[in-house]
Design a protein. Structure first.
Length: 154
C-alpha cells in the first residue's frame, strides 16, 4: 500500500505534467478531441476543475469526522452519475471559457493545500484518514490521464 504522503506526491507530479501540457497547448488545441469519446480537451479540463471541488468537499467532510459521501451521491447509478458529471463539465466549461487554465491551476493548488492540511491533521491527531475521504483523490494519483491523445499534442 502506498503511504498517503507518497500518493500526494504522485498526484502532484501528475498534475504538474498535465499543467505543463496545457500551458503549451495552442488555442485550437483546446477544441481538439480528447481520448474521452465525445469530449474535447476543454471539456476534460472543465471536468477536472469540477472534480477538485467534489474531492475538496470529501476531504473537508473527513476533517470534520463525516467521511460519508454527500447525499447527492448516495443512491445514484453509475449511468445517472456519469450523465450528471458530463452535464456539469460542459456547463462549467461554458461558464469558464475562454480561460480554463487559470481556474485549473487555482483549483488544484487549493486541493493540494487541503490534502497537505488533511495529512498534517491526521498525523498530529494520530488517527488514520477515513478510507472514503481522500480515496477519490489518492486512489489513482488524483489526476486523470492527459486530456488529449498523447501529450505531444498530436
Amino acid at each position: 500500500m502506498i503511504a498517503p504522503a507518497d500518493r500526494i506526491a504522485i498526484a502532484r507530479s501528475e498534475y504538474q505534467a498535465l499543467d505543463s501540457y496545457l500551458q503549451g497547448l495552442p488555442p485550437e488545441g483546446w477544441a481538439r478531441a480528447s481520448a474521452c469519446e465525445g469530449w474535447q480537451v476543454r471539456d476534460v479540463v472543465a471536468h477536472l476543475i469540477g472534480t477538485t471541488d467534489f474531492q475538496a468537499a470529501m476531504i473537508q467532510r473527513a476533517l470534520k469526522g463525516e467521511p460519508e459521501p454527500p447525499l447527492d451521491v448516495k443512491g445514484t447509478t453509475v449511468r445517472s452519475r456519469s450523465e450528471a458529471i458530463a452535464r456539469q463539465a460542459i456547463g462549467l466549461r461554458e461558464r469558464l471559457t475562454p480561460d480554463l487554465l487559470t481556474p485549473f491551476v487555482e483549483h488544484y493548488r487549493q486541493l493540494f493545500d487541503l490534502l497537505e492540511e488533511a495529512l498534517s491533521s491526521f498525523a498530529v491527531s494520530g488517527s488514520a484518514p477515513p478510507d472514503t475521504a481522500a480515496e477519490p483523490v489518492l486512489a489513482d494519483g488524483g489526476v486523470e490521464s492527459a486530456p488529449a491523445e498523447g501529450a505531444s499534442g498530436q
